[in-house]
Each structure stands twice: as C-alpha cells, then as structure tokens.
Design a protein around this ligand. Sequence first.
Ligand code: HDE
Length: 738
Amino acid sequence: MTPPKKTPTPAPGRPGSRPPQLEEPTTPDGPLPPKPDQQGAQPRTPTGAEPGPEHSTNAQQGAFLTTSQGARLRDTDHSLKAGRRGPVLLQDHHLREKITHFDHERIPERVVHARGAAAHGVFEGYGTAEPVCRAGFLAKGKRTEVFTRFSTVVGSRGSMDTARDTRGFATKFYTDEGTFDLVANNIPVFFIQDGIKFPDVVHAAKPHPDREIPQAQSAHDTFWDFVSLHTEAQHHTLWFMGDRGIPRSYRMMEGFGIHTFRLANAAGETSLVKFHWKPQLGVHSLTWEEAQLLGGNDPDFHRRDLADAIESGAHPSWELGIQVFPDDEEQSFEGIDLLDPTKFVPEELAPVQPIGRLTLDRNPSNYFAETEQVAFNPGHLVPGIDVTDDPLLQVRLFSYVDTQLTRLGGPNFAQLPINRAHAPVNDMLRDGYGQQGDHAGVAPYQPNSLDGGCPFMAGEMDDAFEDLPVRVPEGVKERELSATFEDHFSQTRLFWRSMTPVEKDHIVDAYSFELGKCYENTIKERQLQSLANIDGELCARVASALGLPAPEPTVPADGPEEGPAISAPLSQLGGSWPVDGRKIGIVVDPEADNADLPALHEAIVAASMTPLVIAPRGGEVAGVAVARTLGTAASVEVDALLLAGNPLLAPDSRPSVDPKAGAPGNGEVEPRVGKLIDECWRHAKAIGAWGPGREALEARTAPGGAGLVVGEDGESVLGEIIALLGSHRVWERFPAGA
Ligand code: HDE
C-alpha cells in the first residue's frame, strides 16, 4: 500500500494562504512578562487619561495569543477545514474552545438593580464614631479601600440610566477585619415593611408579563395597582415621584442604609443607628423632560457622567454619617418605630453626625469582572456593626447569597478578585464549581488534630466578630407586624409639606404623568384616595390633571404626632455647591475671531469642569478640539451653555451643514443652536453670551431673564455662570419659582 500523499502546505504570503508568520520579539525561557497595557497602562481611555493600576494577574499574560491552556496560536481567523472549500473539522480545538466560551459569555442579570455603574475609592475614618462603634475602619485617619456600585432598580441591564426610579448605592469596604457592605438606596424609606412582599412589589414594577413592556418604567397599571392596594408603599412612592427619582448624577445623590443597625463600642455598649451618605456636591436632579430626552440621546448618561468625572480628576466624595438612638427595649425614637423601614427620622430630631469620608477615584478597568460580578450582602458585617430585627432587613440577610449562587454560578464567587476580602481568609469552605483555591492540609473541619488544630478560633483579644447578646422579644409565632407599623400617611404628608413650590409642581406632574399612562380607571381612583389621605391639595391637582373627581380623605390629615411639621433637609433647593465635573457647552462660530477660546477652555478645566466646544463641523477651532458638532450636540448633556458665536447667522458664507435643519436667513438663529438655547432656557440652565452670541441669546430668550449672563468676553461671563451653577439651576425660571 502506498501512504496517502501529504497536502502541500501553502507558501506563506500567497493569496488565500495563512497570514504571514509574526516575528517573535524574543525567545523567552519562562512566562512572558505582561505587556505594558496589561500591567494596567490602558491608553484606551476616552480622554487618554492615566489608566487604572493593575489587572488580574491571571488574565492576559505574555505577548502572544494562546489557547486557554497557554499554547501559542498562529491563526485565529480561519477554522480548520478538510480542504479550503471543505467542511470544518470537529478536531479544531481552538475553534471549539473559542465558540464554546463565547456561547457562555452571558450570565443572568441581577433580578433587581441590573443596571449599574461603579468605581473604586478610599474611605477615611474621622475617629468620631469611636464612642459608639469599635469597627477599626472608622478609626481616625484609617484609610480603607472601597468599591461602590450605583444602580437603577427596575430596568434590565441595557435600560436607560435616567428612568424614574429609586437608585442603589452599595459600598464594599475591604477592611482589615473583614469586608463590610453598606447596601444602601438614595431614598431613606422603602416600599414594604416585610421582606416577604419583595417579590410582589418587584413583579408589579417589572414589565407586564404578557408583552414585556414597559421597560424601566413605573408608569403602568401593575405598578400602580400594587401601590394603591398597599398603602405602606405610598411614602416611598412619593419620594421617587419627587425629583430624587431622576438624579442629575450618581455623584449628586444621598445614600441611606434605610434599616436601623446596631453598633457596639469597645466596652460592648450598644446603640441603634441609621447610616447616611451626604454628597459633597449636594443633592440635585434632572427635570423630567431632560430625563426623557436623555433616555434617547444618551441612555448611558449617569454611567458616562461618573466615569468622565473620575477620569478628569473631579473625584466625587461623600461624608458617611450616623443618626444615633438609644438601644432600649422599645427600639423607637420620638414615636418612630426604628424597625419600620417605611419611616425615617427627621434630622431635626436626630442630627446626622459625620464619621468618615468616601472618595471615588478610580474607574473599573473591566466592567464585567468588577461591576457585574461584585456581590454585595447586607450580612457582610465587621466587629462593632450588627443587624436589627427590621423584618425587611431580616429577609435581605437570606436573599443576597441565594441570588448570587445562581447569578455567579456557584458557591465560590467570594473568590472573584472584586469580591475577595483584603483581610486574610481561612474559611474551611472547600470545592464547588469554579473553585480557585488549591487548599493545603487534610483537615478542613473543626476540631482537628491532623492539621495541628488549624485554623484556630479567635480568642477574646483577637478582635473577632461577635453576635451581640441582644434580648429577643417574647411572643407567639404569628404572621403579623407590630401595631406601630400601621401609620402609613403622617410621614408621607411630612415629606410633601417639606417641598418647595417648584418641587411640589414636579411631584404633581410626575403623578399626573404616571397615572395618566395607566389604562384602568379603578387604579387611578384608588391611588387618588391615597393622595387624598396624604394631602388635599396634592390630590386635587392630580385629580384635575386626570379629569377625575378628587375624593375626600379617609384618615385625619395630621402630621406626625411628634417632631417637626416641616423637615428642611428633605428639600433639594437652597445652598451653593461645588461645580466639579459639570459640563459647559460653548457654541462657537469657526469663522469668527476665536482668539480667546483657548483661555476660556483652560479656565473651565481649572474650575474642575469639562468644556464641550460645539461647532458646525468637527476638527479644531483656534487650536481647541471640537467636542460636538451641531449634529451631535444635545442641550441635556450640558449644565450651562455659552454662546461665543452663532455659526449660521450669516449662512451664505458658511460651510453647508445638514440641509434638513433648514436655511436661516441673515439674522436668524441657526435652528439647532436655537434648539440648544430653547431647551437650556426651559430647563432653567444658566446661559451666557458675548459677541455675536448675544444676538442669538436675545433672539430666543426673554430680555433680562433670570440666569442669562451677557458680557464683553468669555472669561467675565464664566465667573457668573459658575456662581449660578452652584445652585444647580436658575429656579426662578420655573413658573412656581423656588
Ligand atoms: Fe436589595 N437586592 N433587596 N434592597 N439591593 C439585591 O442582590 C432584596 C432592599 C439593594 O449593586 C439583589 O446581588 C430583598 C433594600 C441594592 O449589586 C437581591 C429585599 C435596599 C442592590 C436583593 C431588598 C436594597 C440590591 C439583586 C427586601 C436598600 C444592588 C442582586 C427584603 C437598603 C447591589 C443581588 C449591587 C440587590 C434582594 C430590599 C438595596 C435579589 C429580598 C431595602 C443597592 O438579593
């Protein structure tokens, strides 16, 4: 028999053959060192800023593409075939490995809080918590690495950032004594009082099960059906019908632990506390129209805002504070049941005492590895911090690990780099899917003698976590809540009454929109009954918008029995705040004299803000890069607008732009510039103008209108614009004013 003939190997470089062989830079003996970009230098950041410090050591080692077993590859573009035009061979390991892995790239999204954005940072303790808490990370000057993930609740992973919703604010503190997770929201009260109802409220808020619409919305029948049937949900709902449901930025949100927690000091004395995050930049929101426009214009608005701010060096920061209450048997304070998560404690009754500062200063280098795989759990506690019997918190203590077992594919997700404790871990947990550890020893059980008794139990002096010896209240087993949970309206009323006129207008508009999107009149009528029980004026205004009669209240319209009639910190208006990370649009006319533009650009950067130069076409104007053309610019992207020129005031001499935009005659404002001005005016943003920009401003706005700054040059206008930005918006421009 003659052996079969070998198919001749095609010569390198011939058309249709394998690509030419790459020349090896070195012939290494050991594993190749990581490439510069694998050591963390990522030149791929949008602004070319300095990259994050490290990548996981077990990813992307060496300079060559390899299989997952480390065999170097010469071709990843062609499958192995029986002849160039023949079938693909099953023996092609690289092909099968590449496709199989790809087939399994997606993991289940979070059942709630699926859409999020996160950042690394540092927490520095003030030492002021020492009298009530022994946790080491709160000690004066102690710095602890953290990872914070912000999220919407209802929408799925690809939904828009600016939906009206509650926001998650979860922080992982990698402390020396183990990881502490503060898994908080941007609203201090919750929909339900007992965790057993969580699936109900979430099913009601998620898209309808038949058509799977609407996405990331509460403006639909099932949500309002649930809310109107469960009066305990009214308080939380009012908060997110308010401006807090559409934050301007994750950087400008408060955070609340909601539940009451129990702290213990070094002497073992306990206190009850509520955790608060206070943003250095103040609490600010979008207008509803901005939120809706952004949904189409930039669905990633909050994600982009956080990453851009951190990358530009405007590192967002929050103060952590606590309200402290005595830990007595009642577990209530000034008539407020501290175990009821639908209640908050007004700051007038218990001031928020600062205990440390969080600063987010580094963007994740890989979204999936970090932001998607991070696993928070309110049960991750450290010595000195413990839970209470809040029936919502108690259920959460079960839910997080349970969901993560499915979401992260098994019980070893604590070994993922983002979830690894920074304290030494010696847990005797073994095996399971995705096990990363190569554990030594033969005795992962206690007690043992074969591993020398290791690991040891901590002694009294070894700073171990301690379950605080709290008295359990006596009673019989029953499916009931305490009678002190029954009042659902008085704090809801307190919130409404604490709003300024303009905030009340926004709330009325929000209810009118949301209920107006419902089909069932019975649901609207039932919700109006709850609004009547909150406040007559609120009910009458929403009823009028819906064209329905306003019902009479069925409960007395009292405020809370104790405490203030109005709580000032609930309103977002007032005060002046830093403008770090704000975006300033500058409309320029490339044909005009733009000699001052570089200096203006620099002045904006020096004020920790980002300038966006807007011109008819891309390229540069006076050496400054055009960030947006008139085709890509959107008013909702900027916090203030500067008009240095109006690009098409004299269209005859200008390069042609989109003909659909219309052709303005001499003296007319270019339509897209006009739209920018109109929207900024409507959204109560500061607008400044000089030179030919003044004509555009005067043509589109009321002369002498609030928040309009006209000057000789950009720099003089900028100063006033920054002052106006400090209060976020020109509130007087809304009909109700401040
Ligand atoms: Fe959550 N929640 N939750 N939650 N929650 C989750 O855990 C749950 C509640 C909060 O960025 C899930 O890993 C129950 C209150 C945040 O990864 C899940 C109840 C507060 C995040 C879960 C609540 C929160 C979650 C989904 C009622 C504010 C996002 C994925 C008893 C104090 C964390 C996951 C992140 C995520 C359950 C109520 C905050 C299913 C059962 C109240 C910020 O385990």
